[in-house]
Design a protein around this ligand. Structure first.
Ligand SMILES: [Zn+2]
Length: 164
């Protein structure tokens, strides 16, 4: 049975580390299979559109995203193409809460369409063309793998090191 994992909250240092790629040996381990299923369960229970491994305390390059009731597992994902067109929409993150413990939302500009390559949970090389919400979620989750939170794009957010 998949279990719900604890989600790390900003400013936890694990959320700021650059995550490492998964090797084939790691991908086919029992631990990894359990982790993927637990991440899916956690995303669903928290009603999230996606979840990245650093959010559950693992600095490895895995994200799970929800696409119309099905879950896509993206291992070592890389964006290979970004549309010139961008779109601004409100975005939130399960790891970024206000003092009351509520998710905060802010308008963020993202590429409207992206292409990415990744390994699926069976180790197959895949490509995915995504647009709108799915493209946004993938960009948000891949940012997590590089230690980036969506609030970094906001000039005036209190914990933002770029803010004065
Ligand atoms: Zn997030």
């Amino acid at each position: 049975m998949a279990k719900q994992l604890n989600i790390l909250i900003n400013p936890h240092p694990t959320l700021r580390k650059k995550s490492l790629e998964i090797s084939p040996e790691e991908l086919f381990s029992k631990k990894m299979k359990t982790l993927l299923l637990d991440m899916e369960e956690t995303m669903k229970k928290k009603d999230g559109a996606g979840l990245a491994a650093p959010q559950i305390g693992e600095n490895i390059r895995i994200i799970v995203v929800s696409d119309e009731n099905k879950t896509i597992f993206l291992i070592n994902p890389k964006i290979t193409k970004k549309s010139w067109a961008r779109k601004v929409e409100d975005e939130g993150c399960l790891s970024v809460l206000n003092e009351k413990g509520e998710i905060i939302y802010a308008p963020i500009s993202r590429h409207k369409k992206i292409n990415c390559i990744y390994l699926d949970e069976k180790g197959n090389k895949k490509t995915l063309a995504a647009e709108n919400l799915l493209a946004r979620v993938i960009q948000h989750e891949i940012d997590h793998l590089d230690g980036i939170l969506f609030i970094d794009y906001l000039k005036d957010f209190p914990n933002n090191p770029k803010a004065s």
